[in-house]
Design a protein around this ligand. Structure first.
Ligand code: ADP
Length: 452
């Protein structure tokens, strides 16, 4: 649980201090007044001017009070941090209380300053860059790591951060930080081939704290992984084509020995699986590399839906499900037709594969004026909710044997996720084990085209 930073001991102590009671000190003044009055009465009676002496006693008492008031004022105005003058009575008590409160306040202040100093020195020692940006986008404070990683220099205090980090993706991120909760990976403006991960958080209204760290090593490793998968997939493609060609020729021979026939059939199904795997890997790597290529063809959805439905019926031959097509939207999509068709068809083949024979599968296209929905609903084996968050990871399979038996590569939903990301769409999955699943792709308004 979040624990607030402990309030310094003395600050708490401060609240418990009991101040001197003013009444005790007021009694001193009253005693002095009484003393003056008694003396004045005696003298007044003695010399026969009683009331005049009483008035003089009041004036004398008033004068002592005025002197104290003068000393208090002089102390507060000129040397409030010095020990206060020694005054008796109510003014003395007041002075002492003010002095004590002030001293406590100074101690608390000193503790706070030390705390701020410690916080600041820990930020200075960090390897990660930290930059404070005020509500006017101006740089307020930064640590030395920010100079190394982001190139901020001492002249940049008060400079607009967007004139310093000018990459379009950073500007986009700055204006929409809520849309990228993981922050942004961007090229370093200082060193070529260096990458930094930047994350910003709002505080105190529109001020922001920016944290950045070097991810060049991670970026390079990731790139190596991509290149490796890409190369190996390309290298496997040619031998696989040759193998499957020969295997097909042998399987097609009519006079083939039945003992060999079974072996060739198996070889054929395994080479098909490997081919599917290589194709999916290549498609994934292309999707990763094509991130920034504009995807803005107009895709006529009714015709794509019919084509997908025909393909689904062909694939459904071995399964015998009842397939339904449910289109109640006239809107078209803006995107890449090949990629979207491949994502949609992955969802449809999954529904067919993971539904026991004789099930019902409905493929739908709907819109509500704001968003459009491509929906595939089945009444198949369903998915335990604990698997849902990881389902779109590469090679994540709930039941590897079943997936292998059905010819799955474990890459289908990863491909779907990438294609959708490139179209600013997202996938919603609802599923109950042994009851069925609904995979819904939600497209935002900017990806829709409504025919006039
Ligand atoms: P695979 O090639 O194994 O089908 P996917 O990435 O397409 O790989 O799917 C990942 C896993 O999600 C599958 O192995 C399967 O367990 C589960 N899955 C996908 N679609 C469905 C569905 N319609 N019904 C039940 N499980 C599904």
């Amino acid at each position: 649980m979040y624990e607030p930073y402990p309030v310094p001991e003395l600050a708490r102590e401060h609240k418990r201090i009991r101040y001197s009671s003013l009444w005790d000190f007021a009694k001193q003044d009253l005693r002095l007044l009484a003393f003056f009055l008694i003396i004045a009465s005696f003298i007044g009676f003695g010399i026969g001017y009683f009331w005049i002496c009483i008035v003089i006693a009041f004036v004398a008492f008033f004068a002592t009070q005025m002197r104290s008031l003068y000393l208090v004022n002089e102390w507060i105005s000129n040397r409030p941090y010095d020990v206060p003058p020694n005054i008796g009575g109510i003014w003395g008590a007041l002075l002492f209380n003010v002095y004590r409160a002030q001293r406590q306040e100074r101690i608390v202040q000193a503790e706070m300053v030390e705390l701020i100093d410690r916080a600041q020195s820990s930020l200075v020692a960090l390897q990660e860059a930290v930059v404070l940006i005020d509500e006017n986008q101006q740089i307020e404070w930064w640590n030395p790591a920010a100079e190394r990683l982001l190139g901020i220099s001492s002249d940049d205090r008060g400079r607009n951060i967007l004139t310093l980090l000018r990459q379009p993706n950073f500007i986009e991120y700055y204006h929409h930080i809520d849309e990228s909760p993981d922050g942004l990976k961007m090229r370093s403006s200082l060193f070529e081939d260096h990458y930094v991960q930047v994350k910003m958080t709002r505080f105190g209204g529109e001020s922001r704290v920016l944290v950045a760290y070097d991810v060049t090593r991670m970026h390079n490793l990731e790139q190596m992984r991509k290149d490796f998968v890409d190369n190996i997939s390309h290298e496997l493609r040619t031998p696989l084509t040759v193998l499957s060609g020969y295997i097909e020729t042998f399987t097609d021979q009519e006079d083939i020995n039945p003992r060999w026939k079974r072996a060739f059939d198996q070889m054929q199904s395994q080479t098909r699986r490997m081919n599917a795997l290589v194709n999916d890997l290549l498609l994934l790597s292309r999707l990763e590399n094509d991130k920034n290529i504009a995807k803005n063809q107009i895709i006529e959805m009714p015709s794509l839906m019919n084509q997908l439905f025909d393909d689904a019926q062909a694939y459904n031959m071995d399964y015998g499900h009842t397939l339904n097509l449910d289109i109640d939207s006239h809107c078209d999509l803006i995107g890449s037709d090949m990629e979207l068709a491949s994502a949609f068809s992955n969802l449809i083949t999954n529904a067919i594969k993971y539904t026991p024979k004789g099930g019902t599968i409905t493929i739908g296209w709907h819109d509500d004026g704001e968003s459009a929905y491509f929906v595939v609903q089945d009444n198949g084996i369903g998915i335990d909710p604990k698997h849902l968050p990881r389902l779109t990871e590469r090679f994540y399979r709930i039941d590897s044997d079943r997936s292998r038996r059905t010819g799955g590569t474990g890459l289908g939903l990863a491909i779907v996720k990438h294609v959708l990301m490139q179209h600013q769409a997202h996938l919603e999955i609802e599923s109950k084990e042994n009851q069925g699943s609904t995979f819904k792709v939600v497209f935002p308004k900017e990806r829709l085209s409504f025919p006039d």
